[in-house]
Every structure is written in structure tokens, then in C-alpha cells.
Design a protein around this ligand. Structure first.
Ligand code: GTP
Ligand code: MG
Length: 351
């Protein structure tokens, strides 16, 4: 298409900020005037329009911030995921900027409201309204990018899996294609996608199981992770980072699932390097090494062996988890008794 045929180009749809402004100013036109004299009615109309437009703008700006009002109730995993996707500190910055915009708009309204009763010229009343619209428009346009970010964050928040810090947790990690999602299907009623290629799981998924002395345990399936050279690690994709974030921000037991048959596409040796890294990074964490796909190969390694395909070893694994969760819970209870504090990231007293 020739570049100079401008009439063919699709017109851009108005931005979120522009739509908000249009709606607020349109609503303001429906205000009715009151008063005995024309001047009284003029003043009432101006103040009414400013009040209506201001109210609409504030309502929408504060709605954009609403999903994040109780930040302390958002699980650490979700917060970390939001930071990962949006950039560190970006959400907080946008929340702040929108809050400041709201305060500025309130200030503009107050300024006009003070002036209006003293204005005796209809032209000056029009000028007052125009001034408010102009200043409020700038304030909203200045936070346009922030509103877009808050919208994105709210969607992420809705879609993000909820790793509840107050519920005992088992996190399943390991190389891609080793059978992590298959294990989640075996242990819980969740049904994450299982396929014979690596990186099937792109985001964390959670299932619940009634294991051990604790009423409910959440089992977290993570995307596959690889050990990479530091240079390559920098470009590691989102799913791998998400698995790390799940490990970093959760507590409880880690199942390190390996596929010693190599049918996953990576030798056991590589998988064990990842285990070493995780153990170095989280020395305090109870980590159970479990070998999957025992139906294909049985090696004498001393590790727990299971087959997610046939169900072999799943009962034994559940018994081990029960006992580990019991220990975890006892340690938690002891800490609460000792410190008198309810740590945020440990199981609540549902044992
Ligand atoms: N023979 C055999 N195959 C298995 C077993 N467990 C899982 N698989 C197969 O291994 C492949 C990968 O299983 P998934 O559960 O998707 O593996 P994953 O670790 O979640 O993979 P990613 O999400 O890609 O990291 C699938 O083809 C499964 O059917 C097992 O115990 N025995
Ligand atoms: Mg998977």
C-alpha cells in the first residue's frame, strides 16, 4: 500500500484516559441548574458540572487502585510474580502516581468551588469550568501509562495461581519433562496438562491434598528448570523464572523430581546439578529427591522411586510427605511457642 494513502489508515481508538475524560465530561452535561437568579443558576451549573466530573474521575481512578488496596493480603508469590512481570517497584509507583492524581483533582475542584460564589460574570464562570476540565485532563493524561499498568496488574492478579502462605506446602520442582505435572495429578485432584515435550507447564499450578496431620496441603507444580551458564541464565524465559519465584516465596517441603531414564531429554547428571544449586540456595528447606518413571528403569540409588504412569511408589511417597509435613508443622508450632509470633509464611494452626 502506498505510504501517502492516509485515508486508508485505521484510526486509533481513544486511550483509556481519553475515554475516562470523555465519559466524565459527558456526564457533567446532565447536571441541572438551580437558583432564583440567572447568576445563581450559572454558579450552580458550573459547580455542579465540576462536582459531577470530579466525582466520576475519582471513582474510576480509585477503582483502578482497588485490587491492590489490601496489599498485605496478596500472597508473597503473587507479589513477586507481579514484580517479575511488571518490573521491580513499578506497581507501587503507579499506585502512588494515581493516588496523587486523585488528590490533585480534588484540589482543583476545591479551588474552583472557592472562587465560584464570588464570580459575577458568566464568562468567568465558563472560564472556571474550562480551567477545571483542563487541569483535570492533564492530571489524568499524566497517569495514562500508570492506569494501563494497573489494568495489566489487575489481570495478572486475577489469573495468578494463589499459593497461600498460611497453608502447608509441597513444591514440586525439577528439569522439564520429568513428570512434575503427572505427579500433581497423582497427588491431588488437579489436572494440569501433561505432554511428552519439555516446557509443557508454563505457569505454576496448584492442587490440594489431604495429607498427614494437617487438614489441607497445597501441592505446587512448577515449570521445568534448567541449569544454565550464568550468561544463558540471564535470558532464561519467564516460566523458568516463575519456578524460581515459587521456590523463593513459598515455604514447606520441596520434592525434587528426577527422571533417571533420560527420557525427559536430559541426563541425570545435569538434573543433579540443579539439585545441588537448590540445596545451596535453600539449605534450610526440607528437600526430598524422588525418582520418577521407575516403570522404565530401576536403578539402585537409595532415593524414593515412583511411577506416575503406573502409580507405583505413590503410597510410599505420600507416607514420607505425611511424616515430613508433621516435622515441619512441629517445628512451626515450636517456633510460635518460643517467639509468641505467628510467622506470616508458615502454616496456620490447622493441624
Ligand atoms: N513411562 C513413564 N512416563 C511418564 C511418567 N510420568 C510422566 N511420564 C511422561 O513424561 C512426559 C512428561 O510428563 P509431564 O508430567 O508433562 O512432565 P513435567 O515435568 O510436568 O514437564 P514440563 O511441564 O514440561 O516441565 C509425559 O509424556 C508423561 O506421560 C512415568 O512414571 N513413567
Ligand atoms: Mg508440567
Amino acid at each position: 500500500m502506498p505510504k501517502d494513502r492516509k485515508e486508508d489508515t485505521v484510526e486509533e481508538s481513544p486511550s483509556q484516559a481519553q475515554r475516562l475524560l470523555d465519559m466524565a465530561f459527558h456526564r457533567a452535561t446532565t447536571v441541572s441548574r438551580k437558583g432564583k437568579t440567572p447568576l445563581d443558576r450559572g454558579r450552580s451549573l458550573t459547580a455542579g458540572k465540576i462536582g459531577r466530573a470530579c466525582g466520576m474521575l475519582l471513582r474510576h481512578l480509585s477503582l483502578a487502585r482497588a485490587p491492590f488496596r489490601r496489599m498485605e493480603e496478596i500472597p508473597p508469590f503473587t507479589i513477586a510474580l507481579l514484580e517479575e512481570r511488571l518490573g521491580k517497584g513499578k506497581l507501587e509507583r503507579s499506585l502512588n502516581r494515581v493516588r496523587v492524581a486523585e488528590e490533585r483533582i480534588i484540589g482543583f475542584r476545591r479551588e474552583e468551588e472557592k472562587k465560584i460564589p464570588r464570580l459575577v460574570d458568566p464568562a468567568l464562570l465558563k472560564e472556571s469550568l474550562r480551567r477545571f476540565y483542563g487541569r483535570a485532563s492533564s492530571a489524568v493524561r499524566e497517569v495514562e501509562a500508570d492506569l494501563a499498568r494497573l489494568e495489566e496488574a489487575a489481570t495478572l492478579l486475577k489469573q495468578s495461581p494463589h499459593i497461600d502462605p498460611a497453608v502447608p506446602t509441597v513444591v514440586v520442582v525439577g528439569y522439564p519433562n520429568v513428570g512434575k505435572s503427572s505427579l500433581l495429578r497423582r497427588l491431588t485432584s488437579a489436572s494440569p496438562k501433561v505432554a511428552s515435550y519439555p516446557f509443557t507447564t508454563l505457569t505454576v499450578s496448584i492442587g490440594h491434598a489431604e495429607i498427614g496431620p494437617i487438614l489441607r496441603t497445597q501441592v505446587v507444580d512448577t515449570p521445568g528448570m534448567l541449569v544454565r551458564t550464568p550468561k544463558k541464565a540471564k535470558v532464561a524465559g519467564g516460566p523458568e523464572r516463575e519456578a524460581m519465584v515459587a521456590l523463593e516465596t513459598s515455604t514447606g517441603i520441596v520434592i525434587f523430581l528426577v527422571d533417571p531414564t533420560g527420557s525427559c531429554g536430559w541426563p541425570l547428571e545435569d538434573q543433579m546439578k540443579l539439585l545441588t544449586r537448590i540445596r545451596e540456595a535453600y539449605p534450610e528447606r526440607r528437600t526430598i529427591v524422588v525418582e520418577n518413571k521407575v516403570d522404565l528403569m530401576h536403578a539402585e540409588t537409595g532415593n524414593l522411586k515412583i511411577s506416575c504412569l503406573t502409580g507405583e511408589g505413590i503410597e510410599e511417597l505420600t507416607e514420607v510427605l505425611k511424616s515430613e509435613l508433621k516435622k515441619e508443622h512441629a517445628a512451626w508450632r515450636e517456633m510460635v511457642l518460643r517467639t509468641g509470633e505467628m510467622p506470616q509464611t508458615t502454616p496456620e494452626g490447622n493441624g
